[in-house]
Design a protein around this ligand. Structure first.
Ligand code: PMP
Length: 437
C-alpha cells in the first residue's frame, strides 16, 4: 500500500480556502489563493514555511503598536478568564466604562458621550443615524447629509451613501439616500469645497443635518492629504449654521497622522467622532461613536419616544474594550517618539524618490507616506483597478506586504517598525521603480 502524500499545512490551507472561502473584493476566477499566515510578531508576519513579511500597511490600517503585542494579548486573556460578553442593553461593565472615561480625556474637547458598536462602518452608521434622529428629536426637518467627493466611510448602506461614487458603490447606488457632495478637498487647496459648502448652507442650511469628513487624510480615495485650514473652514461654517460636523477618524485616530487625532491636528473639535480600526491596537473589532453632551441631551425625554433607536449584539464587547484600554496605555511618549521617527524616515526616503519620473505628488502625514504612480495613460489617484498590481507581488516575493490603492503607492507601518526595516521597505519600492521604469 502506498503512503498518502504528505500535504504541507501551507498547501492544505490554501486548497481548502480556495474551495470554501469568499474573500473581500476578490475575483475568485482569476485570483491566486491567499497566503496563509501562521504567526506574527512586531512588524513581521510569518507563513507556515517560515517566510517573513514586513507588514508595511499595518494589516489593513488596524495594527498600531505591532502584532501580538504582549500587553494587549494579556489584557484580552485576563478579561476572557473573567467574562467574555454581556448584553449592553441590559448591563454595563468596567472595561467599557473605563474605556469611555479614558477616551473622554484624550479626545478633542467636548466629545464625552460614547456609543459602542463593532467596526468602522457601524461607527459611521451610528453617527449618521444619531445626527438624523437628533434633528427629529428637536422637531426640525433636517434631512440632508453632506459628504465629500472621493470620500470613503465604509460598506454598509448609510456609509456607502455618504461615500464618494465609484466602482465599489455602482451596483447599490439606486438604494442610497440623497447626499449632497462637495468637491474633493485635496484638490485646489480645498477652496472649491469650502465655497460650495458656504453656498449650500446659505441657501439650504436649515435642511442640512450633518457634514461628514475624513479629516486631513482620505484613505481609500488614495491616501489623499488635505489641509488643516480647509478642515477649520468647514468646522467654522458648520458652527455658524448650526449644522453637525461628523469626523470619521476610523483611519486617522490614535496617532496615525502624528497627533493623537487628526481633528486635534487640524485644531478643531467635531460634534461627533467615529473611531475603530486602531482603537483596539488592531486586535479585535470595535467601533465607538463619541458625541457632544448637547447631542445626547436631545435624546432625553420623559417617555421612551426620543431614545436612540440603535444597538448591536456585540456592542462594547468586554474583550475588545480591554484590548482598547491596553492599547491606549501604549500610546505614550515612547510611541510618539516612534511615530516621529517613522515620519522622519518617510520624509528622507520619499525625498530620494521624488526625482523618479514615475513618482508624482509625494506626501507624508505622520506615519503615512504615499505617492501617485505616473502611469502611461495618465493614471488617476484613487482609481479602483490597480495599475500597479505587480508591486504587491514583487514586494511579497521580497518579504514585504504592500497593497497599492489603484495607482497610489503608500507605506503605513505599525509604530514598532524599526528605522532599518522601514528603510528596507523604501529601498524595495525604489528597486521596483527601477525594474518597472
Ligand atoms: N471609515 C474610514 C475612513 C475607513 O478608512 C474605513 C475602512 N477602511 C471605514 C470607515 C470602514 O471601516 P470597517 O472596514 O471597519 O467597516
Amino acid at each position: 500500500m502506498t503512503e498518502p502524500a504528505v500535504v504541507p499545512l501551507h498547501d492544505e490551507l490554501r486548497a481548502i480556502d480556495a474551495a470554501r472561502i469568499w474573500h473581500p473584493y476578490t475575483q475568485h476566477q482569476s485570483a491566486e489563493p491567499r497566503l496563509p499566515i501562521a504567526r506574527a510578531v512586531g512588524a513581521c508576519l510569518y507563513d507556515h514555511l517560515n517566510n517573513r513579511y514586513l507588514d508595511a500597511i499595518s494589516s489593513g490600517w488596524v495594527t498600531l503598536h505591532g502584532h501580538a503585542h504582549p500587553t494587549i494579548a494579556s489584557a484580552i486573556a485576563e478579561q476572557a478568564h473573567c467574562f467574555e460578553h454581556v448584553s449592553f442593553a441590559a448591563f454595563t461593565h468596567e472595561p467599557a466604562v473605563r474605556l469611555a472615561e479614558q477616551l473622554a480625556t484624550i479626545l478633542p474637547a467636548g466629545l464625552t458621550r460614547a456609543f459602542f458598536s463593532d467596526n468602522g462602518s457601524t461607527a459611521v452608521e451610528v453617527a449618521l443615524k444619531m445626527a438624523l434622529q437628533y434633528w427629529t428629536n428637536r422637531g426640525e426637518t433636517r434631512r440632508l447629509i453632506v459628504g465629500l467627493d472621493n470620500a470613503y466611510h465604509g460598506e454598509s448602506f448609510g456609509a456607502m451613501a455618504a461615500s464618494g461614487r465609484g466602482a465599489y458603490t455602482a451596483p447599490f447606488v439606486e438604494h442610497f439616500f440623497k447626499v449632497v457632495r462637495l468637491p474633493d478637498p485635496a484638490m485646489d487647496g480645498g477652496e472649491r469645497t469650502v465655497a460650495k459648502l458656504q453656498r449650500l448652507l446659505e441657501r439650504r442650511g436649515k435642511n442640512v443635518a450633518a457634514v461628514i469628513v475624513e479629516p486631513l487624510l482620505m484613505g481609500r480615495a488614495g491616501m489623499r492629504v488635505w489641509e488643516g485650514k480647509t478642515v477649520r473652514a468647514i468646522r467654522q461654517l458648520t458652527k455658524e449654521h448650526g449644522v453637525l460636523l461628523i469626523a470619521d477618524e476610523a483611519l486617522t485616530a490614535f496617532g496615525r497622522t502624528g497627533p493623537l487625532f487628526a481633528s486635534g491636528g487640524a485644531e478643531i473639535s467635531p460634534d461627533i467622532i467615529c473611531l475603530s480600526k486602531g482603537l483596539t491596537g488592531g486586535f479585535l473589532p470595535l467601533g465607538v461613536t463619541v458625541a457632544r453632551e448637547e447631542i445626547h441631551a436631545a435624546f432625553l425625554d420623559d417617555g421612551a419616544g426620543k431614545r436612540f433607536l440603535h444597538g448591536h449584539s456585540y456592542m462594547a464587547n468586554p474583550l475588545a474594550c480591554a484590548a482598547a484600554r491596553a492599547s491606549l496605555t501604549l500610546l505614550d511618549e515612547e510611541s510618539a517618539g516612534r511615530r516621529a521617527g517613522i515620519e522622519e524616515v518617510h520624509r528622507g526616503k520619499i525625498a530620494e524618490l521624488t526625482s523618479h519620473p514615475m513618482v508624482k505628488s509625494p506626501r507624508v502625514l505622520g506615519t503615512l507616506a504615499a505617492f501617485d504612480l505616473a502611469v502611461p495613460d495618465g493614471g488617476a489617484a484613487g482609481r479602483e483597478e490597480p495599475s500597479a498590481p505587480s508591486l504587491e507581488e514583487f514586494a511579497l516575493k521580497h518579504g514585504v506586504l504592500l497593497r497599492p490603492i489603484g495607482d497610489v503607492v503608500y507605506v503605513l507601518p505599525p509604530y514598532c517598525m524599526s528605522p532599518g526595516d522601514l528603510a528596507e521597505v523604501w529601498s524595495l519600492i525604489g528597486m521596483w521603480l527601477e525594474v518597472r521604469g
